[in-house]
Ligand binder design. Structure first.
Ligand code: ADP
Length: 397
């Protein structure tokens, strides 16, 4: 295949290793500076220019987009997607993972365990939010921080309040997060490629620091992950839409807690710690997938007026329990079941013989009118804490 590595750091360890791995496998490989692309929207077909000339044909790209050029970089990746060039990490996956809050919002919807986190802007909401995540000591994170800069451990509520107020006054967005003390300055980085973890390491902070970032002097060692940690890492990457990702997890008493999913994981630390050929695994995976460029399903299907995607839930008292999918009558109503979710199990493309069980969730494509009648009323959200404060504040105080 012919592959382009999108990177502004051709001499960095990761880029060099990836280029070498592609070369050693007989692929044609180029490292192209992401900022030298011009996106051309004038013609009939989506197009790209590089250094002023029309870009030649590529089978795949491997984006390594740094945080400082996320906007332009993802625009270039999106253009490759429009041109049906395969990319393991989509523009939307990169965008989603880049923002800690956005990543948290997406992952928490899918039952991925994360440290309890809150996001507030008003001063009056700060203390209740700290209490909701478990009280002091508490972690405060700058949304835009990397390499451990902007991650603060506040020992008590007063200090936390003061820090947050200061950051808000300088227009910084901050996350309030429970301090997972049993993780003791350690975390796990799992390198996910496709649907498996190809390498994993544990980082341990230096001295008393609670932050284990290598840039802060942390040390690394290879680990063999428990299946629960592997599953969590792979699911987190999949949910974010990333086929190449570094998933950071804290080891809590309750199991893995995902902190972050990184779309351009560095390879030096993990290859050195594990002695594994991560770059080779990434190139082999891309080579395997190159025939399947990303298709934006929503974009493509949105043109079918009157049709859409919906999730139908099989309720315990419904006629569908114990009935096979073939006898469910869904097909006759112009509804196709794409996946069947049962607990944490997923059955893609279920066949007519699958027997439905209570609480199965069916991801369907079909006539909206037909599906509307099958969607139950939205359940009312019950407040988690029912007690009213003794002196309720006026709502818009
Ligand atoms: P960055 O993206 O800047 O690396 P992280 O969110 O990964 O920031 O945090 C940096 C380090 O701080 C982590 O590697 C971990 O060791 C520690 N840390 C982060 N969040 C928590 C937390 N909620 N509880 C305990 N330690 C944490």
């Amino acid at each position: 295949m012919k592959i382009a590595i999108l990177s502004r750091a051709p001499r960095s360890y990761s880029t060099q290793r990836l280029r070498q791995a592609a070369h050693d496998r007989g692929h044609r490989v180029k490292v192209l500076n992401t900022l030298r692309f011009a996106i051309d929207l004038s013609g009939d077909e989506p197009d790209l220019h590089f250094r002023g000339k029309q870009l030649s044909e590529y089978d795949a790209i491997l984006p390594r987009i740094g945080a400082s050029i996320t906007y332009y970089g993802t625009a270039v990746v999106r253009q490759f997607e429009q041109m049906d060039v395969y990319t393991p990490n989509t523009a939307s996956g990169i965008t989603n993972s880049r923002d800690k809050l956005r990543a948290n919002q997406i992952l928490s919807r899918h039952d991925i365990a994360m440290p309890p986190t809150a996001f507030v802007r008003n001063r009056a909401d700060v203390v209740p939010a700290i209490q909701r995540v478990g009280g002091a000591p508490v972690i405060i994170k700058l949304l835009e921080g990397t390499q451990g800069i902007g991650v603060i451990l506040a020992p008590d509520i007063k200090v936390a309040e003061a820090i947050i107020e200061t950051l808000h006054s300088t227009r910084h967005n901050v996350l309030i997060q429970k301090f997972i003390k049993e993780s003791k300055g350690r975390d796990i980085r799992a390198l996910v490629v496709g649907d498996r973890v190809v390498a994993a390491m544990r980082r341990t902070a230096q001295g008393e620091d609670f932050r284990s970032n290598v840039h802060r002097g942390g040390t690394v060692e290879r680990v063999d992950l428990d299946p629960e940690y592997e599953r969590t890492a792979v699911r987190a990457a999949q949910i974010m839409g990333l086929k190449v990702a570094g998933v950071d997890m804290l080891e809590s008493d309750e199991g893995p807690l995902v902190m972050e999913v990184n779309s351009s994981p560095g390879l030096e630390g993990i290859e050195t710690a594990t002695k594994l050929d991560v770059a080779g695994a990434i190139i082999d995976y891309i080579d395997n997938q190159v025939a399947f460029p990303q298709i934006d399903v929503r974009e493509r299907l949105a043109v079918s007026t009157g049709y859409g995607v919906a999730e139908l839930v099989v309720h315990g008292d419904a006629d569908l329990v114990g009935v096979t999918l073939g006898d469910s009558g869904l097909r006759e109503r112009d509804i196709t079941v794409l996946t069947l979710h049962r607990g944490s199990m997923v059955i893609p493309n279920p066949n007519a013989g699958n027997i439905l069980e209570a609480e199965d969730r069916l991801l369907c494509w079909g006539r909206l009118e037909e599906m509307r009648t099958m969607i139950p009323d939205r359940p009312k959200r019950r407040p988690r804490v029912k007690k009213l404060p003794k002196n309720p504040l006026p709502e818009n105080d």
